[in-house]
Design a protein around this ligand. Structure first.
Ligand code: 8LK
Length: 284
């Protein structure tokens, strides 16, 4: 089961569909007030964040999808900071995480005329999951962690910097599933990742987003992301069809009666969607 997957998708699609676009003749002041509905997609390495985000690319006239800037981390004037961090974390973690923090800040503050912004991870996961883990495992000395934290705290309370997020989608995976996917995708720099590292990161995501041991700045939808990517794709197709059907009928709430009934059914939503999915796939 990929519980809450459809819920997270329908929350985002509702925003994509209903939020007004910033018009060309709007002033900078009024468009600044109308900031995009911002979603951060969080989860362990190998939890399927990029796949999740790519589902929304067909609406790219209305949604700004901001993937993790891994290419920047791999090539800062030909320095592969990601690789340097994995090969010698004690030496390079602060350097790497400082650059992660900068590039994440750029993503948070990136201007967009689109009404919805989807981000892969955030400054918050940089701090509460990755930097925290490096400190706890002794790969980053406390002194360096405090420097990073000092920048983070300053940015957070700076009135001119808007780091707010409206919704967090947490793709929760069992550490074994995440590790298997990391091994399958075999990204060069990640060959040094071991089970313990994935388990520690899993625990920190849980501490942050499930047990709220660190500040959680937006409502969280927890998605069981152990499920097959193909299954999620099919469920996505069903939800999209429901939204398109609404588009044609132009009903006000953004979802068809059928879909509303499915939504009311709570826990069994995914299984009912499965039945609807089979109907739709059968019609093709
Ligand atoms: O997500 C791509 C790679 O970068 C993966 O191996 C994990 C690593 N990474 C990290 O070490 N610290 C991070 C992020 C990713 C993202 C944030 C915010 N901090």
């Amino acid at each position: 089961m990929c519980q809450n997957f459809s819920d997270s998708v329908s929350q985002i699609l509702t925003q994509i569909q209903n939020r007004p676009v910033v018009s060309k003749n709007e002033t900078i002041e009024t468009s600044a007030v109308r900031r995009p509905f911002t979603v951060s997609v969080e989860g362990n390495i190998g939890s399927g964040k990029s796949t999740y985000l790519k589902h929304f690319s067909r609406w790219n006239d209305r949604v700004d999808i901001i993937m993790e800037p891994v290419e920047k981390w791999r090539n800062l004037k030909r320095h592969n900071l990601l690789q340097m961090m994995y090969e010698d974390p004690k030496r390079w973690s602060l350097t790497f995480q400082t650059y992660v923090q900068l590039t994440m800040l750029q993503n948070h503050t990136k201007n967009t005329e689109k009404p919805v912004k989807l981000m892969e991870r955030s400054l918050h996961s940089a701090k509460y999951c990755f930097a925290e883990n490096l400190k706890r495992t002794g790969k980053m000395p406390e002194s360096e962690y405090e420097v990073l934290s000092g920048w983070f705290d300053f940015m957070l309370q700076c009135p001119n910097i808007d780091l707010s997020v409206d919704l967090i989608v947490y793709l929760k995976t069992d550490p074994e599933v995440a590790l298997r996917r990391v091994k399958e995708r075999s990204r060069g720099e990640e060959h040094l990742i071991n089970e313990q590292y994935i388990q520690d990161l899993h625990q920190l995501h849980e501490d942050w987003l499930t047990h709220q041991k660190f500040p959680v700045h937006a409502p969280v939808v927890v998605v069981d992301a152990n499920k097959d990517i193909q299954d999620m794709r099919e469920i996505f197709t069903v939800i999209t069809k429901s939204f398109q059907a609404h588009d044609k009928e132009n009903t006000p709430e953004g979802i068809t009666d059928d879909f509303k009934a499915l939504k009311r059914s709570g826990d069994s939503l995914e299984s009912k969607l499965k039945v609807q999915r089979q109907k739709i796939l059968g019609e093709r």
